[in-house]
Write a new protein. Structure first.
Length: 359
């Protein structure tokens, strides 16, 4: 055995068949604690250290953008630069009450000194937006991010569609497309001009490319009429109410180009089956109907349960599973994490099954 093989034995001692076969394994290069062996043997790697993305910030300014919408501009508490971000990215906002919510970054991607979000006040919401609207300049908060579940791809043609507050992830994309000099069109829709944030900036971008459609003047625009603005083969980016996105996706069909969307509301339940959740610590058993999420049912019995995106990617609503089968529908947990956890905003259980949670 070579000296390299002897050293490898000390690091990864092999027994049984693997000891017998060791002479026939071709060792790869040893770099940074990784020994790669061919012939299908598992690659051993050091576990990466977790990255702390929490950022202490100060609320620099609050501005009213339109009816029920304010923009908030933050600076870092220590005065340093924010991490770089790309159009479509969002940040987690930790509110004084303990609530954690996600909001799209809508400021200038080149401004490393400021992050900006915009929030519509929802009178019938769960309180997060109302708490945001009560914040004043000088408030100290914690942000986390950036993260991007709505990446902006490179293309030479775009159609942007925003419905109301859905403009927040779209606006940085429009700015970038305009700066790059590519072919783009932007349809901005809402109830009225008074309900459209950042309207003055958007209208001034390029009157030939910006199309403002309001229900009180134009009526609710049909999906086909919106897509008629798209350049041939364009990448279509849409963020807005669920009915608008659904109609656009259906109408887009097999058209040339690509369709990208982001929604702010919870995902609709697809192929749901009724099941039960047992809260081990409280002894409660809850029925989850086929058309509701586990999170929606949990909130009625555990009002302070944590959640944010309601779409299966932020991980805030993760709960420990004590026992029971889980139909995992998230985009976040690893196979190892799924053995003992579930994201209750999207994941479910088979019909009639019972999942026991550590609650």
């Amino acid at each position: 055995m070579s000296r390299l093989g002897d050293e490898a034995r000390k690091v990864f001692p092999l027994k049984g068949r693997f000891e017998t076969d060791f002479m026939f394994v071709t060792l790869g290069v040893i770099i940074g604690g990784t020994i790669a062996a061919n012939a299908g043997y598992r690659v051993m790697r050091k576990r990466p250290k977790p990255v702390n993305r929490d950022i202490d910030v100060v609320l620099e300014s609050v501005n009213r953008e339109c009816d029920d919408v304010v923009s908030l501009t933050f600076v870092r508490a220590d005065g340093s630069d924010f991490p770089e971000w790309q159009a479509g990215a969002h940040a987690d906002v930790f509110l004084p009450s303990g609530r954690q919510r996600q909001y799209s970054l809508c400021g200038d991607v080149n401004d490393r000194k400021h992050w900006q979000i915009a929030v519509r006040r929802l009178a019938d919401g769960d309180g997060g937006s109302r708490e945001i609207h009560r914040l004043r300049s000088g408030a100290q908060l914690k942000l986390r991010g950036p993260r991007n579940a709505f990446p902006f791809i490179v293309s030479d043609k775009y159609l942007f569609v925003a419905g109301g507050i859905g403009v927040t992830p779209i606006l940085p994309m429009v700015r970038e497309a305009a700066a790059r000099g590519v072919d783009w069109q932007f349809v901005y829709a809402g109830r009225s001009r008074a309900a459209l944030p950042f309207l003055d900036e958007i209208a001034a971008l390029d009157p030939e490319r910006v199309h403002i459609l309001t229900d009180d003047v134009n009526g609710v625009p049909a999906a086909a009429d919106i897509l008629a603005y798209a350049p041939e083969g364009a990448a279509v980016y849409c963020c807005g109410p669920v009915p608008q996105i659904t109609a656009l996706r259906r109408e887009f069909g097999e058209r040339p180009g690509t369709f990208h969307f982001e929604r702010f509301s919870a995902l609709p339940v697809v192929d749901g089956k009724e099941f039960e959740i047992e809260l081990v610590r409280s002894g409660k058993t809850l029925k989850v109907p086929a058309d509701r999420t586990a999170l929606a049912v949990l909130k009625e019995s555990v009002p302070n349960v944590s959640y944010s995106c309601q779409q299966g990617f932020c991980g805030v609503c993760v709960q420990k599973v004590v026992e029971g089968p889980v139909d995992h529908r998230d985009r976040t947990l690893t196979a190892e994490q799924r053995e003992e956890s579930m994201l209750v905003c999207v994941s479910r259980a088979p019909e009639g099954a019972c999942v026991k949670l550590d609650l």
